[in-house]
Ligand binder design. Structure first.
Ligand code: ZN
Ligand code: ZN
Length: 574
């Protein structure tokens, strides 16, 4: 049976229009996707000089018959799409039948394949078959692409540095390994192994292979579903962040896709848990009826749109927030040598042999919450009891309990406490008010005054009693009760600044801004000495916070040195 058919010219051209084979990674991508479509459970990728000299992909898929193998390299051959409708309902990965001939046209190719019968061995040069022989019958396909772009110097010149080419190929294979934990992937460059997964369908193991044990220990499993969507995967502790979004991997029905909106939702779910310009590591699997997904085909990435985005958004937000809230997130100081991070790895092109992790540890990993959780913590209290010992650098409160030593950043902690108070107060629609003993008169530049006059209703809606005195002056006679006693004037001026500042006014954003600004402005500063009583107050109020781990800017409030780590540092234990 011949599986590969020639697709019609119109469709081929349509696909060819967006078709680009411009990087070594795009060749790797085409070959690997063909291997996946062939039902492989093991895919081996061997690069020489980042793929510029040679890219070899060996799989154990179904293999091709001789006729198919020859046809595979002719223009517009595809086994996957036969008419335009299929283009929009693609289930298989390698939907661009154009790719193999395009690659063949600019390289030397050796194709070895067998379905179990006598195998086929084809040599091609610049898209022409040079020889066609019989070979052994190992089931599967082995494609070797050599001297990529040798006959198109312009494109060859277009290739970036070897490091860049390799980083791209590695990034792609890593993402495929994350999408298909059931497939054994191995990737090497010049004989050096860069990735080696075991195909055991354990996503956490793949994460460990890519990111190392230290990160893997700080991944939280997520799972949830509603009428339209099933989601699952892993999210990182907020302390584990990256400088870009490359490590937010979204997999829809088994395929890595791009969706800017989902990235934003994930980022929102981490709001105030991490700095806004840092991004978590996320492996998110979304299962959905394909009819709810609109796939926009682009040669190098898959953009998707979801027709029930609201439903997906609320599911995702709830599941991530719930998991973050349910997890004890005090960063621990560990003296263990840091695992080589993925970023270092791709740019050094080096990788330490991954920590050997046996299954017992994996079981531990998946239930690590328990060995991190502290017996004395009640459900609603996220921090254990802490006893202040003293203050260092006028900034960090040193505390202790049976579990070890803790450092609390007094400013960050106070910010978090204030933030939760103001956030709560601002969310109320009915603010109790209090008359000022001495009305506060504020004079401002006329430019500010004009804007404020226009936005006076905002101040009034917050229950400020404002009188417009004319001549660039207003007087506040009463203010909402929640303003911090003793700092009313500062708070009022800050709020007015924010009102004047905001271009287009949005109540939610305004409240957020006020809460964060006031929380910082009115928090105890660094280099301010605190009495033990004041330290206790901060600690106890921090303990009742909804999220006591980070300040509203996403910086940590508390760090833990476990008793064990301290003993290790002093070599009392080895
Ligand atoms: Zn601050
Ligand atoms: Zn802060």
């Amino acid at each position: 049976m011949i599986k590969i058919q020639i697709m019609n010219e119109h469709l081929a051209n349509k696909i060819a229009a967006g078709e680009v084979v411009e990087k070594c990674a795009s060749v790797v991508k085409e070959l690997v996707e063909n291997s996946i479509d062939a039902g492989s459970t093991s895919i081996k990728i061997e690069l020489i000089e980042a793929g510029t000299k040679e890219i070899k992909v060996i799989d154990n898929g179904v293999g091709m018959h001789r006729e198919d193998a020859i046809l595979a390299f002719s223009r517009h051959a595809t086994s996957k799409i036969l008419d335009e409708d299929d283009l929009y309902a693609i289930q298989s990965l390698g939907f661009r039948g154009e790719a193999l001939p395009s690659i063949a046209a600019v390289s030397d190719i050796i194709l070895k394949t067998s379905t179990g019968d006598i195998g086929t061995l084809i040599y091609m040069r610049a898209g022409k078959i040079v020889s066609n022989e019989k070979t052994d019958s190992r089931v599967g396909t082995e494609v070797t692409v050599q001297n990529l772009f040798y006959n198109t110097p312009a494109r060859l010149k277009h290739l970036r540095s070897l490091a860049y080419e390799l980083a791209n190929a590695t990034d792609y294979v890593n993402k495929m390994a994350l999408s298909y934990p059931n497939i054994k992937f191995s990737l090497s460059n010049n004989g050096k192994v860069l990735l080696n997964t075991d195909g055991s369908n354990n996503l956490l193991k793949v994460i460990n292979e890519i990111y190392g044990l230290e990160v893997t220990k700080k991944m939280i499993e997520i799972k949830g579903s509603n009428d339209d969507y099933d989601i699952s995967g892993y999210i990182s502790y907020p302390e584990i962040t990256k400088s870009n979004r490359h490590h937010m991997v979204i997999i829809v029905n088994g395929r890595v896709v791009r969706n800017v909106e989902l990235n934003k939702i994930i980022n929102d779910a981490y709001y105030t848990y991490k700095p806004n310009d840092r991004y978590p590591i996320i492996i998110l699997n979304i299962d959905v009826d394909p009819s709810l997904v609109d796939v926009n085909i682009h040669p190098t990435k898959l953009d998707v749109k979801f027709s029930k985005m609201v439903s997906l958004k609320s599911l995702l937000l709830n599941v991530i927030k719930e998991q973050l809230e349910a997890t004890t997130l005090i960063p621990s100081v560990t003296i263990k040598k840091e695992a080589v991070s993925y970023e270092t790895m791709t740019f050094n092109l080096e990788r330490n042999p991954s920590d050997e992790v046996d299954l017992a540890i994996y079981e531990q990993l998946t239930t690590y919450d328990n060995d991190n959780s502290i017996p004395s913590v009640k459900k609603e209290e996220k921090l254990p009891e802490l006893y202040p010992v003293g203050l260092i650098h006028g900034t960090y409160i040193v505390c202790q309990n049976d579990l070890g030593m803790y450092l609390i950043d007094q400013h960050a902690a106070n910010e978090r406490i204030n933030y939760e108070i103001y956030k709560n107060e601002l969310s109320k629609t009915n603010h109790e008010t209090i008359a000022m003993l001495i009305p506060l008169t504020i004079e401002m530049p006329s430019s500010d005054y004009i804007i404020l006059k226009d936005k006076m209703a905002i101040l009034q809606s917050l229950n400020f009693d404002v009188i417009d005195m004319g001549i660039n002056t207003i007087t506040i006679k009463a203010h909402p009760l929640w303003l911090p006693p003793g700092y009313e004037d500062t708070a009022i001026k800050k709020i007015i600044d924010i009102i004047i500042d905001k271009e287009d006014f949005n109540m939610e954003k305004f409240n957020e801004k006020v809460a964060i600004t006031l929380s910082c402005k009115l928090a105890v500063k660094a280099n301010e000495s605190l009495s033990v009583k004041e330290m206790e107050t901060i600690i106890n109020r921090l303990r009742t916070c909804h999220n006591p781990y980070t300040c509203p800017h996403g910086r940590p409030t508390i760090i833990h040195y476990s008793k064990y780590e301290l003993e290790k540092l002093f070599k009392r234990v080895m």
